[in-house]
Structure formats: structure tokens, C-alpha cells
Design a protein around this ligand. Structure first.
Ligand SMILES: Cc1ncc(COP(=O)(O)O)c(C=O)c1O
Length: 407
């Protein structure tokens, strides 16, 4: 029987419903996230102006100090000009939406990114308004995509989204509207406003009757997973992925399962203690919301409800569900900014270091470390999902500007 292991700042639940290593990714899951869906996203995003792979760093010094065999860190702080993997998802879904709108008016013809960027469909695109709720990064991606391809954009943020994150969205020409309540309430608000005004919601979470666009978002994130697969010398033994609604984690899980099959890594889903809806759902055996203000420094993970489509992948694809304390994510930012000998200095925001936070907590929690198999044979992949996306918070936590850490 599976049980919960409590460590210092860390709680581990090993998933009793996890698929065995030999279970194929299979038809059913492919109906949500498919290899061809990842292929299309890869082809489109690589054609966008400014596309470059983000680096995958090897951190031998930190691996040694944590008693691990190897530590890899995918650094999404360098993703386009947005500083997070989110650039890949929301903007790709905007592209797909516009592509389909154009097809409706041009006998099913689906133009590529260069054709849309050429302005050939400008007048039609201008009639489209996209909208979503966001804790910051997703809205920034949707706004950036809307500006890049030329449609209108209205973004809803909830009460606790920082002023820095609001300004970062507005910079891309979107109208930004602050609404009371938490993230999940802002999601409902965006859907209601879209219905009233004839706008299209570009959400990263699915709900009853609304799935295609968030699936595009998840396929967009697959560009990152495909880069990792190409960059790693061999599959890692573990991957720790942070989850808000779970779109990122499900996308990574699907891409690795498709690519590596039985060799795929042990998949660990990481959440803040205050917003652990995947953890709660794994224990319940079905999607289970968590309530409250969901207040956490890991702002991107402040979600109380899993995305049902993501859950269909993670409920079997994740081996462990872990919650971690805020303080350890902040420590993770400082650890990466002050590297061990032989490691590069890295800039990561507070949501970006949640995976590292688990490794830091495991140092003082031998039972949790053993339950997760974090030992000298482990080759661990972390996703540093954002850079200093809020520079003011970064300076306060690390005591330096991001530009001083990585000049
Ligand atoms: C930097 C960062 N990392 C991870 C996540 C989690 O992604 P998801 O909500 O798809 O689980 C988010 C979500 O906003 C984010 O902004």
C-alpha cells in the first residue's frame, strides 16, 4: 500500500496508479497529446523570428553536494524574450487559432508562420480577439503571440499577481484587467467575458467541452521537451516537473514517454504546499480541487484545480507527487545564483526552482530521499521553467540583479 512520507518542508506520495515501465504510451493518451501534434508545433515554432534552443546545463558541483550521480537543468530563462517556457504554448495556440480562422475563409488552406507574419491576412486577423486568465507567464505568451501575429488581446489577472508581472503583459500591447479572487476565479471571469463579447479564450487549462486550444498549448511546450531529448547524452533516471494546472508536466511526461518508452525517467510532479491539487487528486484517485487563496511564492503554481486533459496523462504517467515549502524554492534561487565550483551561475525565478527545492529538502529528509530513489545512482533532470520574470522579486530574494548573476 502506498503511503505519504513527510520530510522537512517536503511531502511525498508515491502514485499507486502509476503505469508500469513497459506500459506503452498508447492510443488513448495519443488522442490528447500526440507525436504528430508535437511535430507540428516544433515545425511552426522553429520558424518564428528569434527562435533558439535554450541551454541544458550540467551541474556536477551541485550534484556532488546533493549526493546525486548527475544533475541537468533546462534553462527556460532564455526562451525568446519572455524568459519562460510559456512563450512556446500560449503563442503557439494563438498561431493555430489564426491559422484555422484563415483556413475557414480560404478553402481550408493553412498558412505557415512566415505567410501569416508577412501581413497577407492582416485584415482578417485584426477582427480576432484572444483572451485568457493568467498568473503572469501564460498571459504574457498569449499577448506576445497576439502582437506577433497581429490580433487583439485582453488578459485577466487575479488579485495577487504582482505589478511587475502586470506590466510585463501590458508591454506586448494587451489590455490587462485585474479581477478579485484567485486564479481559478479569473479563469471563469475570462470565459464569461469571452462569451459576452465573441472573443476566443486561449487557456492553458481544459474544461468540459473546451480542449483543443489547451492541447495546442501543451503541444507547443513539447518544443522544449524535444530539445531536451536531443541535448541529453542519455535518458535521465528522474525528472522533477513543477505543476500548476499540469499542462507543462503532462506535456513533458507525454513527450518523454513517446521518445523513451520503458527507458523513460521516474516522473515526479512538484507543487507548493498551499496549492497541491495534483497531490490531492493523486490521493483521491480523481481530480480533486483544493481551496483557499493558494498564496505561494511559486506564483506560476498557484492553481487549485488540475487541467482534466493534463490529469489524464499524469494520473498514470507520474510516479510521485511531491509538495515543497516556499522557503526552499527561494533557497533554490540563491543556490543557483552562487554556484559550486565547476558549475555555471544560473538565474531562475521562484517558480523555476521548485524541482531544485525538492532536492534541497531531500538532503534533510533521508526517508523521503530514499522513497524517491534520490541517491548516487540518480541522474536528475530539472526544468528551470522561468528566469527572473519579476526582476524586483528576484533582487529581493537573491540580493543581486539577474544581470549581476549572469553578466
Ligand atoms: C514559470 C512557470 N513554471 C511552471 C508553471 C506550471 O505550468 P502548468 O500550469 O502548466 O502546470 C507555470 C505556470 O504558469 C509557470 O509560469
Amino acid at each position: 500500500m502506498s503511503d505519504i512520507i513527510q520530510g522537512e518542508g517536503l511531502t511525498v506520495f508515491t502514485n499507486p496508479r502509476a503505469a508500469g515501465p513497459d506500459e506503452a504510451y498508447g492510443e488513448t493518451r495519443s488522442r490528447i497529446l500526440s507525436a504528430t501534434g508535437f511535430d507540428s508545433a516544433q515545425a511552426a515554432v522553429r520558424a518564428w523570428p528569434g527562435y533558439r534552443e535554450t541551454p541544458l546545463h550540467t551541474l556536477p558541483g551541485l550534484a556532488r553536494s546533493l549526493g546525486l550521480g548527475a544533475l541537468y537543468c533546462k534553462d527556460e530563462g532564455a526562451r525568446f524574450e519572455l524568459g519562460s517556457f510559456k512563450a512556446l504554448g500560449g503563442a503557439y495556440a494563438v498561431f493555430r487559432l489564426l491559422q484555422k480562422k484563415i483556413a475557414e475563409h480560404h478553402d481550408g488552406y493553412l498558412p505557415g508562420p512566415a505567410e501569416i507574419l508577412s501581413g497577407a491576412y492582416r485584415d482578417l486577423i485584426r477582427t480576432v480577439t484572444v483572451t485568457c486568465a493568467t498568473d503572469g507567464n501564460h498571459g504574457r505568451s498569449v499577448a506576445w503571440g497576439a502582437q506577433m501575429f497581429g490580433c487583439r488581446c485582453v488578459i485577466f489577472i487575479h488579485a495577487s499577481v504582482s505589478e511587475g508581472r502586470r506590466a510585463a503583459i501590458a508591454r506586448y500591447g494587451a489590455e490587462v484587467v485585474r479581477v478579485p479572487g484567485n486564479y481559478d476565479e479569473a479563469v471563469r471571469h475570462a470565459a464569461a467575458e469571452a462569451g459576452r463579447n465573441g472573443w476566443t479564450v486561449v487557456s492553458d487549462t481544459t474544461w468540459e467541452g473546451y480542449r483543443d486550444i489547451p492541447v495546442d498549448v501543451m503541444h507547443g511546450y513539447g518544443v522544449m521537451s524535444r530539445e531536451i531529448i536531443r541535448q541529453l547524452p542519455e535518458p535521465p533516471t528522474h525528472v522533477l516537473v513543477q505543476a500548476g494546472v499540469g499542462a507543462l508536466a503532462a506535456s513533458v511526461c507525454a513527450a518523454f514517454w513517446q521518445a523513451w518508452g520503458p527507458e523513460r525517467p521516474r516522473f515526479v510532479v512538484v507543487e507548493p504546499e498551499q496549492a497541491a491539487c495534483h497531490f490531492a487528486s493523486a490521493r483521491a484517485g480523481h481530480p480533486q480541487p483544493v481551496h483557499g487563496d493558494l498564496e505561494t511564492v511559486m506564483a506560476g503554481l498557484a492553481c487549485g484545480e488540475v487541467s482534466p486533459a493534463a490529469w489524464e496523462i499524469l494520473s498514470a504517467g507520474a510516479n510521485d507527487f511531491v509538495t515543497v515549502a516556499d522557503e526552499l524554492a527561494l533557497e533554490g534561487m540563491r543556490v543557483l545564483a552562487h554556484p559550486r565550483a565547476g558549475d555555471p551561475a544560473l538565474v531562475a525565478g521562484e517558480t523555476g526552482t521548485s524541482g531544485l527545492a525538492v532536492l534541497l529538502a531531500a538532503r534533510n529528509s533521508p526517508r523521503a530521499a530514499a522513497a524517491l530513489g534520490l541517491d548516487a545512482s540518480a541522474r536528475v533532470l530539472l526544468i528551470c521553467s522561468e528566469g527572473a520574470t519579476d526582476p524586483e522579486i528576484y533582487r529581493r530574494v537573491v540580493g543581486m540583479d539577474a544581470t549581476e548573476v549572469c553578466p
